[in-house]
Design a protein around this ligand. Structure first.
Ligand code: NDP
Ligand code: 8X3
Length: 251
């Protein structure tokens, strides 16, 4: 069903987005891969066995998002699946000590960026009477944990945007889904801790986290359901995780 479908993945240069690119390529889709680190996207494109176009994109730049989507070649313009994956956590601190620049990065990327890409892509889906938006939420959108208030707020916003979009697109034939993972070992924690790889490793110490592939396979499964089936929400946790704050560790 995904053969020759055009799939746009934001944040395809790393982690879940990169794994989505690989999984959709295996399913025969054609890929639009977006991120800021285009060297990584080019390297990924070179090893994928499908049609790929690289889209240099900072989702925080709304004008650039509009230009990039409006400027797609006709062969790429009819996007069937949008995976709104680009996102990050920046910092881990009690709210009164938080860095407002970190808050801006998270809000601008996870919320405003997701909105900008959605706004640029979805009208075309409506006009074609089909399409699928898959957002990357998080367990953090369902529960707030200490030191993560703003990141959790951005993911709660993603959850509400997902629900609102689904309501607003009712009757158009366009599907809206969210995948809300718990702990996934990617570059997420390295980014959150500003490159401190040891601290990032400790996040997953003594437990088995999800892999980016686990999440990507779920997203491909969602996109591959028949057109009348809309998977609204999947919460995907490692077996070693019961909530945002309850994790079984063996050491
Ligand atoms: P990674 O850090 O491995 O990947 C993040 C991706 O987002 C990169 O490709 C990065 O590309 C891209 N990105 C970040 N900022 C921007 C921007 N301004 N414009 C365009 N692309 C951007 O993390 P994950 O793969 O783990 O994260 C992917 C998504 O999954 C995020 O939305 C995250 O919140 C969510 N998530 C992650 C979980 C986890 O435990 N890892 C759990 C639940 C949800 P580049 O820097 O090249 O632009
Ligand atoms: C990422 C998962 O629990 O580290 O969204 O916030 S968590």
């Amino acid at each position: 069903m995904l053969l020759d479908r055009v799939v746009l993945v934001t944040g395809a240069s790393s982690g879940i987005g990169l794994a989505c690119a690989e999984a959709f390529a295996r399913a025969g889709a054609r890929l639009l891969l977006a991120a800021r680190r285009t060297d990584r996207l080019e390297a990924l494109a070179a090893r994928l066995d499908t049609d790929v176009a690289v889209l240099p994109l900072d989702v925080r730049d709304r004008a650039a998002v509009d230009t990039a989507i409006a400027g797609l070649d006709p062969g790429w313009a009819a996007i069937d699946v949008l995976v709104n994956n680009a996102g990050l956590a920046a910092g881990f601190a009690p709210l009164p000590d938080g860095d407002p620049d970190d808050w801006d990065r998270m809000l601008d990327t996870n919320v405003r960026g997701l909105l900008a890409v959605t706004r640029a892509v979805v009208p075309g889906m409506i006009a074609r009477g089909r399409g699928h938006v898959v957002n990357l939420g998080s367990i953090a959108g369902h529960e707030t944990y200490p030191n993560g208030a703003v990141y959790c707020a951005t993911k709660a916003a993603v959850d509400r945007i997902t629900q609102g979009l689904r309501l607003d697109l009712l009757g158009t034939g366009v599907r809206v889904s969210t995948v809300d993972p718990g702990m996934v070992e990617t570059e997420f924690s390295v980014v959150r801790f500003r490159g401190d790889a040891d601290r990032a490793d400790r996040v997953y110490q003594g437990m088995t986290p999800l892999t980016a592939d686990d999440v990507a396979e779920t997203i491909v499964w969602i996109a591959d359901r028949p057109a009348h089936v809309q998977v609204a929400e999947v919460i995907l946790l490692p077996t070693d995780q019961a909530s945002a704050t309850r994790v079984a560790r063996r050491d």
